[in-house]
Design a protein around this ligand. Structure first.
Ligand SMILES: Nc1ncnc2c1ncn2[C@@H]1O[C@H](COP(=O)(O)OP(=O)(O)OP(=O)(O)O)[C@@H](O)[C@H]1O
Ligand SMILES: [Mg+2]
Length: 452
């Protein structure tokens, strides 16, 4: 398909999560969608995890576009953690965009940043037929040529013969392909694949009957001699986001105007987006591409203002809309930009469109298990006493505070030349670093002296 060949853009990537959630690898559900007590780095929060499992299933069936979910629960109950788990379950092919409401609020152009987030959260899966050359190397000779700049000859290309069970072809390749063959150490007997359009070389393994030595333990991938033709066409599936296509069209346009930099400064205008939408509509109608609604996750959503909320409500109903997941730890609070109080600080017409998932505070056991998982992840071995003390801190003060003490406590244990963190290390760490409650009380006490 022509359109794809013109685009020089890659797959949507998962967002980079801050390391406080690095222990999470998925939702930890069984085949029936039931939450295992401790799995994939997650502990407890059973109903919420199972609800997330339903969301993942609906997304995979393409059934949830334009819907909204709200995670509501106290701080430290795993709302952001669950969003990370959903992203991990969906894999790289489904776009997942994560943004904090504060990024939207502080942006110069709120509508623009929200529009971009929406469009990055919608994927287009395109099938593309590419010419591929693939076979087992039966001859390989590098061609050297003299260089006007260097005393010694340089790589000028290579002559290459590729074989399958029923076919053999010879090729002369240019220096770009030849240097890849050389750097991968390709030799006779290797099964390779070359993308005829981009010249990209991939080594797929080594053919069994060509190996002159058989090793008991061999790291090389052994493959069968392939069937079929050396030169073939293969279908490749790639996913782009609407935003990727917007960028690509905007760049192409800029290249055609003398004052290219001016249009680049202006960014992506409505006309570009209209053109993208038209192209997407056409290719999906012709069954050449498939729409993949992804997820737009807005953390700390109560920070949005009335303007952002009305954009959100409207955009959720537009033709191409991702699934919106919002998270908040606020109960009844003022809707920003108004004097009105409302549940979660959100306008009624938005709330009415949301499915709500509650995250509840953890039990003592669950807190202990989360601390254990994090101490493993951070490589901070704990004595039983230290684990009990941290659990108590997690229960009485906050889970996040207990988790944050792990790294500083390790410093204290290292100063004692101990490989394990014990109670005294935790106590020392908590003496130096306060939690939010403590720092707020402190500021209240010294109110008159602090800058207002
Ligand atoms: N069920 C869980 N299993 C394992 N780790 C968890 C779980 N819930 C929370 N955590 C971990 O505890 C810490 C706090 O959780 P998280 O940041 O997700 O809370 P939150 O509900 O988003 O809080 P806030 O409202 O303050 O944003 C994180 O490091 C998170 O990865
Ligand atoms: Mg959070």
């Amino acid at each position: 398909m022509k359109v794809v060949a013109e685009l020089t853009i890659g797959n949507p990537k998962l967002p980079k999560w801050s390391s406080i959630h690095s222990h999470i690898s998925g939702l930890g559900l069984d085949d029936n969608g039931k939450a295992k007590p401790i799995a994939s780095g997650l502990v407890g929060q059973v109903e919420a995890r199972e609800a997330c499992g339903v969301i993942v299933e609906l997304i995979k069936e393409g059934k949830l576009g334009g819907k909204g979910i709200l995670f509501a629960g106290p701080s430290g109950t795993g709302k952001t953690a669950l969003a990370v788990a959903i992203a991990k379950e969906l894999g790289e092919d489904t776009p997942f965009v994560s943004i904090n409401a504060s990024e939207i609020i502080s942006a110069e152009n709120k509508t623009e940043i929200m529009t971009q987030a929406f469009r990055r959260a919608i994927g287009i899966r395109m099938k593309e037929v590419r010419k591929i050359i693939s076979g087992v190397v039966s001859e390989l000779k590098y061609i050297k040529k003299s260089s006007p700049f260097l005393p010694q000859p340089v790589l000028g290309g290579a002559r290459l013969a590729l074989e399958t069970k029923s076919d053999k072809r010879e090729f002369t390749v240019g220096p770009e392909v030849a240097s890849q063959l050389q750097s991968f150490g390709i030799r006779k007997g290797d099964l390779i694949m070359i993308d005829a359009e981009t010249g990209e070389v991939r080594r797929l393994g080594r053919v069994k009957e060509r190996s002159s030595f058989a090793f008991d333990i061999d790291t090389e991938r052994q493959v069968e001699m392939p069937d079929g033709k050396v030169q073939t066409s293969r279908e490749i599936v790639r996913t782009f986001t609407l935003h990727d296509i917007d960028l690509s069209i905007a760049a192409q346009r800029a290249a055609f105007t003398i004052f290219g930099f001016l249009s680049q400064e202006r960014g992506i205008d409505d006309e570009v987006r209209r053109q993208t939408d038209e192209m997407v509509k056409k290719t999906t109608q012709e069954n050449k591409a498939q729409l993949v609604p992804g997820i737009l996750f807005i953390d700390d959503a109560h920070m949005l203002d009335i303007e952002a909320y009305s954009y959100l409500t409207k955009a959720m109903e537009s033709e191409y809309a991702p699934i919106i997941i919002l998270a908040t730890n606020r109960g009844i609070t003022t809707i920003r930009g108004t004097d009105e109080k409302a549940p979660h600080g959100m306008p009624r017409d938005l709330l009415d469109r949301l499915l709500i998932i509650l995250t509840k505070p953890y039990s003592q056991d669950e807190i202990m298990n989360i601390i254990k998982i994090r101490s493993d992840e951070l490589d901070v071995p704990l004595t039983e006493g230290a684990l009990n003390l941290l659990t108590k801190i997690g229960l009485e003060r906050s889970l996040r505070y207990a988790l944050q003490l792990l790294d500083p406590a390790k410093i204290f244990s290292m100063r004692r030349n101990s490989i394990k963190v014990d109670e005294s290390d935790v106590e020392n760490a908590s003496k130096l670093f306060s939690d939010v409650k403590e720092s707020t009380t402190f500021l209240e006490k010294y109110k008159e002296l602090m800058i207002k």
